[in-house]
Design a protein. Structure first.
Length: 201
């Protein structure tokens, strides 16, 4: 019995390109979100450590590390926001619960982005020479960390509860017992594999 399948996951053959949305089965927005979400949570932790250890030499190291991580997360968030906006515009219908959840997700993440930009500006132009994270920066970082976790939870609900942008929600031949790998579009080595219509539940 085979234990591993790798090629179907990384095969791009037959995947429709959808512009800023990515490719069928390979959306761009979800993987891009991982970087700013992780960055903003780490910044909150770094700033808290720096503020608590303000009298120690390493407090400045944590402050600087948090600053660079924040700037990196903000840079990636530009592409994250663009792909997310395009998903919202082209893949949700007004009046639906999905659109309302997407609206809340977008509002949370836009708020995060504004607070992050304020945080970056204060760090670079006002507090860069400080020996540790100041109270104002710490408060901003902790609010951003909490808000990004909230917003990410809404985004997770879109994908994992509502199946937003999931290409093969429901029954799929990849869930049926077989030694044959199923590629995107139901192909295997150029042939079409007819899906088994039995329930996998």
């Amino acid at each position: 019995m085979r234990r591993f399948s790798v090629r179907p996951t990384f095969s791009m053959r037959g995947r429709q390109f959808k512009g800023l949305r990515g490719w069928s089965g390979k959306p761009l927005h979800p993987p891009l979100t991982d970087i700013p979400v992780a960055a903003y949570v780490f910044v909150g932790a770094f700033d808290l450590i720096s503020a608590l250890g303000h009298s120690h030499p390493w407090a400045r190291d944590f402050f600087r590390a948090g600053s660079f991580v924040l700037i990196g997360g903000a840079a990636v968030s530009v592409f994250t926001a663009l792909t997310g906006f395009w998903d919202w515009l082209t893949s949700t219908e007004p009046g639906t619960q999905v659109r309302r959840t997407a609206n809340a997700h977008m509002l949370a993440m836009v708020s995060v982005t504004v607070l992050v930009l304020v945080n970056v500006a204060l760090r670079v132009f006002v507090f860069w020479s400080e020996p540790a994270t100041t109270g104002v920066l710490l408060a901003l970082s902790l609010v951003v960390a909490a808000l990004v976790v909230f917003g990410a939870g809404l985004g997770g609900a879109l994908a994992y509860e509502y199946g937003f942008n999931v290409e093969t929600a429901g029954d799929h031949p990849a869930w049926h017992r077989s030694e044959v790998d199923v590629f995107h579009g139901g192909r295997h080595d150029g042939t079409v594999v007819e899906p088994d219509r039995r329930s996998v539940a």
